[in-house]
Design a protein around this ligand. Structure first.
Ligand SMILES: O=C(O)CCC(=O)C(=O)O
Length: 289
């Protein structure tokens, strides 16, 4: 079928999951839609603390107002000089890395996988500013961008409320059932987008609340909406995980953007951490490819 991304989009609400549902129900829903959406899964206080730390590192470009993060000065996106200036500080936050290793997170991952999870070392913070329309993340599959197999999943968390105008994460329902797709160059974060077939029009998206979690299959096509606000900034965090022992491509063992920001390596990231419990935890992983 021809490559196209111009077909009409039909938006449906994300299907809601709850952690008190059975493992079988959650796994069947994940297998059916290619994602699970858990509203308010992460405690508000944990989101607030990480958001405050990220915004403090994003100074002087982002500030925290009573209605959420706000842009100060010119807009920027991933790889702009402003981003490169603040990102090493954000990457060095112990709280960003620990956020994905809590008992609750690991228990959920383990239930969905029916196996011990391995949380990828690469942790991502997304800062989506207004007035950068066209720079948002294009539709893609993490199976391609992280060179990962079918048991890897993405885990995305809204650190504050994300209504439509702030640019939500959007998923192409059931798109994980059609394998890893061809990609082509595109504007926006990551610089590539994948093929979307003409019969695929059903996107799932909802306004997010603080602490909402989306878990998606490595082949699920997903993208970000543009930030159409006047001055508000969207901050979210995400990582990847798989069953312990599944192959993990070596770039995922590097810090996010470590490949292009000079000096952004684990030694620098770990320098001021209070605990060494999560430092180099991945070093002896048996299947780095
Ligand atoms: O949050 C975003 O803007 C994009 C997230 C994403 O594409 C991902 O986690 O793979």
């Amino acid at each position: 079928m021809a490559a196209s991304n111009l077909q009409a989009e039909i938006n449906r609400d994300l299907v809601v999951s709850r952690p008190d549902e059975s493992d079988e129900t959650l796994r069947a829903r994940f297998a059916g839609y290619g994602y699970l959406y858990f509203p308010a899964l992460v405690a508000a206080g944990d989101c607030d603390a990480l958001l405050a730390d990220i915004v403090a590192e994003a100074d002087p470009h982002v500030t925290l107002a009573s209605d959420g993060p706000q842009l100060v000065g010119e807009p920027f996106f991933e790889t702009d000089p402003a981003w490169d200036a603040i990102y090493p500080g954000i990457q060095s936050l112990e709280g960003l890395h620990g956020f994905f290793h809590t008992l609750a997170m690991r228990e959920l991952q383990s239930r969905l996988l029916d196996a011990e999870p391995f949380v990828y070392p690469m942790k991502m913070a997304r800062i989506s500013t207004p007035r950068k329309i066209g720079c948002e993340t294009p539709p893609h599959q993490d199976a391609h961008s992280h060179q990962a197999g079918p048991t890897m999943a993405g885990l995305w968390v809204a650190l504050h409320d994300v209504p439509e105008e702030l640019g939500r994460l959007k998923l192409l329902a059931r798109s994980h059932t059609r394998g890893v797709r061809p990609v082509f160059q595109a504007d926006g974060v990551g610089g590539i987008q994948c093929e979307i077939y003409p019969d695929e029009t059903e996107w799932h998206v909802s306004d997010y609340g603080r602490g909402d979690v989306v878990i998606f299959h490595s082949c699920t096509v997903h993208k970000a909406e543009p930030n159409r606000t006047g001055n508000a900034v969207r901050v979210s965090v995400d990582t990847r995980y798989c069953d312990f022992g599944a192959p993990v491509f070596r770039t995922n063992i590097e810090p996010h953007h470590g490949w292009r920001i000079p000096g952004l390596d684990w030694e620098v990231i770990y320098r001021d951490w209070r605990s060494d419990a999560l430092q180099y935890y991945w070093q002896d992983y048996p299947a780095i490819t």
